[in-house]
Write a protein that binds this ligand. Structure first.
Ligand code: HEC
Ligand code: HEC
Ligand code: HEC
Ligand code: HEC
Ligand code: HEC
Ligand code: HEC
Length: 265
């Protein structure tokens, strides 16, 4: 009798050990999906535990600890920490982007791949997930509508049609080193603009760089554009309305003449 118990006890030890290591558990669908994403990513050679050192067992770790990308990418992390986004993230502000907001968590593509969230084609949307919003802009007292104003510019228009040599958000603002334009470290600070535009426009002068990039057609921001645009909205709008009225009246007249032919005279 006691022999059986001893045997059972011995069998339990490796059983428990296996189960606690997560080995005996089939991976959950979420874990399998993360595994597939990782296998296609720039990190295909990493193990789960490289980013989740305490393991990915769904029972023992229902909630993952924050991942420190900077342990393997210290250069990028150091620059990011100085930036406006990094400074705020360090204070625990959940509105600013972390590494994973811009690059993804498991599906991190090589930056040269068109699939990457930071590729030439995709970056404007990645930044604008936050910077188009007027609610977020108001909360921080910064201008919003950065995507629509970018699309309205020459660069945005060309980028939308697949031209990859024009400027995207990062060509002007930087990537990990983003600062408010009033900060002298910002690549779009008035003092640095000639150099920033000059990367691609070698003959850029102070005057060339002075033009507004994000043109918001409002009276406070760009009065000229606002006046011209408003004029044309009303001008074309009234014209279309008058045409429509003309057609309606004409049809009405024709109809009446058909019903009462004597109304012709
Ligand atoms: C390159 C780093 C990296 C690797 C490698 C990695 N993960 Fe993650 N994982 C993350 C990040 C980043 C998060 C988001 C956690 C956070 O908010 O900081 C995360 C979160 C998770 C979560 C929690 C919630 C969710 O929606 O994803 C699971 C589950 C997960 N990882 C499973 C895995 C598994 C399984 C593997 C191995 C196949 C793996 N991870 C490998 C970076 C990584
Ligand atoms: C605001 C968005 C954003 C954030 C936040 C961000 N990155 Fe990047 N990252 C980019 C862009 C844009 C590129 C450049 C893509 C290119 O060169 O075409 C880049 C490039 C990279 C590269 C490729 C090598 C290089 O430096 O060009 C690595 C590695 C990288 N980032 C890691 C990180 C890590 C680690 C963090 C967090 C500490 C981070 N990134 C945070 C946008 C971001
Ligand atoms: C355990 C180390 C490790 C961790 C942690 C790690 N990475 Fe990487 N990362 C690598 C390696 C290795 C490569 C491949 C480098 C290469 O291909 O030259 C890489 C490549 C990348 C690239 C592509 C760089 C390029 O030149 O295209 C990006 C972007 C990137 N990592 C971002 C991240 C982000 C974001 C996190 C956190 C979610 C992270 N990494 C966490 C080791 C790591
Ligand atoms: C997850 C949301 C998010 C993403 C993605 C994001 N940002 Fe931001 N960004 C913010 C928030 C929030 C602030 C305001 C921080 C503060 O002022 O405390 C900010 C601040 C800024 C500022 C400074 C504004 C000022 O005058 O203070 C610039 C410039 C900027 N971001 C550009 C970018 C660019 C370019 C990208 C893409 C490469 C990007 N951001 C991606 C949320 C985001
Ligand atoms: C051709 C260069 C250029 C491109 C491309 C560009 N910006 Fe800007 N951006 C500027 C300049 C210059 C300013 C400051 C003066 C102004 O508003 O025109 C600015 C201002 C901003 C601000 C206001 C905060 C500040 O620092 O004054 C944010 C936020 C911003 N841009 C985000 C973006 C995002 C997001 C994209 C991509 C969708 C983008 N920018 C594309 C040059 C550019
Ligand atoms: C990453 C490269 C790059 C950067 C940085 C850049 N541009 Fe451009 N820009 C281009 C390309 C490419 C074209 C289209 C080619 C052409 O017609 O000259 C263009 C076209 C233009 C045009 C319309 C066509 C023309 O030549 O008159 C203007 C205006 C312009 N850029 C202004 C600026 C300003 C201002 C800055 C700095 C705030 C800037 N660009 C930064 C690449 C860039």
């Amino acid at each position: 009798m006691s022999k059986t118990w001893t045997l059972l006890a011995w069998a339990l030890i490796p059983g428990c050990a296996l189960s606690f290591s997560g080995w005996s558990q089939p991976l959950s669908p979420l874990h399998q999906q993360r595994q597939r994403e990782l296998a296609q990513s720039a990190h295909k050679n990493l193990a789960c535990t490289d980013c989740h050192p305490r393991g990915v067992d769904p029972v023992l770790r229902p909630k993952m600890e924050p991942v420190t990308c900077g342990s393997c990418h210290p250069a990028e992390a150091a620059v990011y920490q100085e930036s406006i986004h990094g400074q705020e993230a360090a204070k625990g502000n959940p509105d600013v982007p972390t590494c994973a907001s811009c690059h993804g968590s498991h599906a991190v593509a090589p930056v040269s791949s068109p699939e990457s969230r930071v590729s030439m084609e995709n970056l404007p949307q990645t930044c604008s997930a936050c910077h188009e919003s007027l609610a977020l802009a108001q909360k921080y007292g910064i201008p919003g509508r950065r995507y629509s104003t970018y699309l309205f510019s020459f660069h945005g228009e060309a980028n939308r049609f697949g031209q990859v040599t024009v400027a995207n958000c990062a060509s002007c603002h930087g990537t990990h080193n983003i600062f408010p334009s009033r900060d002298p470290r910002s690549t779009v600070n008035p003092k640095n603009l000639v150099r920033t535009c000059g990367q691609c426009h070698p003959n850029a002068t102070r005057n060339f760089a002075r033009g507004k990039v994000h043109v918001e057609a409002t009276p406070e921001n760009s009065k000229g554009v606002f006046v011209v645009r408003t004029f044309y909205y009303w001008f074309i709008g009234t014209l279309v309305a008058l045409f429509a009225l003309h057609i309606v009246l004409d049809l009405y007249g024709r109809g009446r003449r058909r019903v009462q032919p004597e109304a012709k005279r």
